[in-house]
Design a binder for this molecule. Structure first.
Ligand code: GAP
Length: 507
């Protein structure tokens, strides 16, 4: 087991044990790609969404060169008129190439399979799931046996190539990842990722609808409503946080690729000739936001997409990526895309019969134009997972070796109050302190078990400070403050607990 896999397993175990994340419907064996957040995970996720809303919508940073702009929010329905998804291109094109194994009934994304092949043009090939050490090990063992070499000698006798690069005529020679027979993988077929449902009593093509695969289209569909009902003027942004659903072929890497997840999206509308300036502004703003919440810059990587990767409507896109423990490569947390006028044009054409139906007029120049859009689109669950992995710390020299170094804004519980023993007048002093803190921020009271165990519980929850009321409190009115990150302790007057927290947490 590699060190990285080991860390991921420890994180998953801690998340389950302490109630950050559970598998959905576990009592019935679970369901792939769906997750539930427990009490601590729910607070953490809520803190992430609140921080995003406050920093991007209610109190956004100054625009480039002091340019004024406004930000407003919407909260749209998950199920929309299916014509939205036809116009946006999702009905026709929101698909991944997929490969089925006829023997095991497993389904794989074609771009996530790799193949071990020998030099012999007619020889057998061995498929495995890329980025999955166990699957690769199995394929290597089978290949070594077939090529009559040791596993160590395999790389000199074979090469590893993506499945995409294999001619479909040669699929008959591939052994699927878990198959016993050769040639059971189907050729890649497009698989639409949208979940379908039916609206109303009838279940036919006229009542078919979709669970939204992104929150963005609700914003575009309401562009005119927002302009007409508020006093926003270009440049401005509309933000939305909400659930999105994708029937991912291969949900994996814990919550990273789920079938139900939350997005935090901004569609920022601007004049076409200023769009590159706003694109750079949002790319830099979003990167700085992750850093401000404690994501270390050496694990964060902005990656500008190459020309060949760009979506057909996009002039530029930067993926903000993070180095998760489950992969050696950085993975996408958020995409900041320049979408041009693609979406407003598409909805103008489909809903009003005119591409420029959503054009606006510049007050000063009287110029008429369809706004261009910059879209910072972030995943709540992916950032939650990044915040968890970033916070996860292990120090075998501590009495409680595992602790979560959450940034204070994200910490699910900000403080805990403990009477050293549940007698001798200590609870009577501790309870009012607890109630005072609780009015202002999430705080817990714990009077059970040894003080070491109570600190350990709070360390695992990522609580930055604990206040302990002990024998000395009765003598001189001071309490012990215990710091999560280095387990150090100091004493402060019991009347200063709230002020101390506000100062240290910057809340
Ligand atoms: N409106 C643009 C859009 O939806 P995307 O790159 O497909 O773009 C944006 O998704 C973000 O949503 C991603 O950067 C990621 O954080 C999150 N996301 C996408 N698919 C996801 C999945 N299957 N599970 C968890 N998060 C996902």
């Amino acid at each position: 087991m590699s060190k990285q896999t080991d860390i991921m397993e420890k994180i998953v175990a801690l998340c389950r044990r302490r109630g950050f994340i559970f598998g959905s419907s576990e009592i019935y064996g679970g369901i792939g790609g769906f997750w539930d957040y427990g009490p601590l995970g729910t607070e953490l996720k809520r803190n992430i969404k609140d921080a995003w809303w406050f920093d991007m919508v209610q109190n956004p940073p100054p625009g480039p060169n002091g340019t004024e702009y406004q930000m407003v929010g919407v909260d749209c329905s998950i199920i929309m008129n299916p014509k939205v998804w036809e116009a946006s291109g999702h009905v026709g094109g929101f698909s991944d190439p997929m490969v089925d194994c006829k023997e095991t009934k497993s389904r794989y994304r074609a771009d996530q399979l790799s193949v071990i092949q020998g030099r012999d043009a007619d020889g057998q090939m061995f498929a495995f799931t890329s980025d999955d050490e166990e699957s690769e090990d199995k394929a290597r063992k089978k290949a070594a046996k077939y090529f009559k070499v040791s596993v160590e000698e395999l790389s000199s006798a074979t090469s590893v190539v993506p499945l995409d690069s294999i001619d479909v005529a040669a699929f008959a020679r591939i052994l699927g990842p878990d198959a016993k027979e050769v040639g059971t993988l189907t050729v890649p077929r497009a698989f639409n990722l949208m979940f379908e449902t039916y609206v109303g009593a009838l279940q036919d093509s006229t009542s078919k609808a979709y669970l939204r695969p992104e929150t963005a289209q609700g914003i575009f569909a309401n562009f005119k409503n927002v302009m007409d009902s508020t006093r926003v003027k270009i440049p401005f942004g509309i933000a939305q946080i909400g659930k999105a659903f994708r029937n991912e072929i291969n949900p994996r890497n814990y919550t990273f690729r789920s079938r139900e997840f939350e997005q935090m999206e901004i569609e920022f509308f601007c004049k076409p000739d200023t769009s590159m300036m706003w694109y750079e502004f949002w790319r830099d703003t979003r990167l700085a936001w992750y850093e401000s919440l404690g994501i270390k810059s050496d694990k964060l990587r902005p990656r500008q997409q190459g020309e060949d990767e760009l979506a057909h409507y996009s002039d530029a896109c930067t993926d903000i990526e993070y180095l998760f423990p489950f992969s050696e490569e950085t993975q996408e947390l958020e995409g900041v895309a320049h979408r041009g006028s693609f979406d407003l044009n598409a909805h103008g054409r489909a809903s009003k019969g005119k591409e420029d139906a959503f054009a606006v007029i510049d007050d000063a120049t009287k110029e008429r134009f369809v706004p261009h859009v910059i879209e910072p689109s972030a995943g709540v669950d992916r950032f939650t997972l990044a915040a968890i992995t970033e916070a996860y710390s292990f120090d075998e020299n501590r009495a409680s070796p595992e602790f979560m170094k959450f940034h204070p804004r994200l910490a699910p519980i900000k403080a805990a109050v403990f009477p050293l023993v549940a007698k001798d007048g200590m609870p009577e002093i501790a309870e009012p302190i607890f109630r005072d803190i609780k009015k202002r921020m999430p705080c817990q009271y714990d009077a059970k078990q040894s003080i070491g165990k109570r600190y350990a519980r709070m360390d695992e929850a990522g609580t930055p400070f604990c206040f302990t009321i002990d024998g000395q409190t009765k003598d001189d009115g001071t309490v012990t403050v215990r710091h999560r990150d280095d387990a150090s302790q100091e004493r402060i007057d019991k009347s200063r607990c709230v002020e101390y927290l506000q100062d240290k947490l910057g809340l």
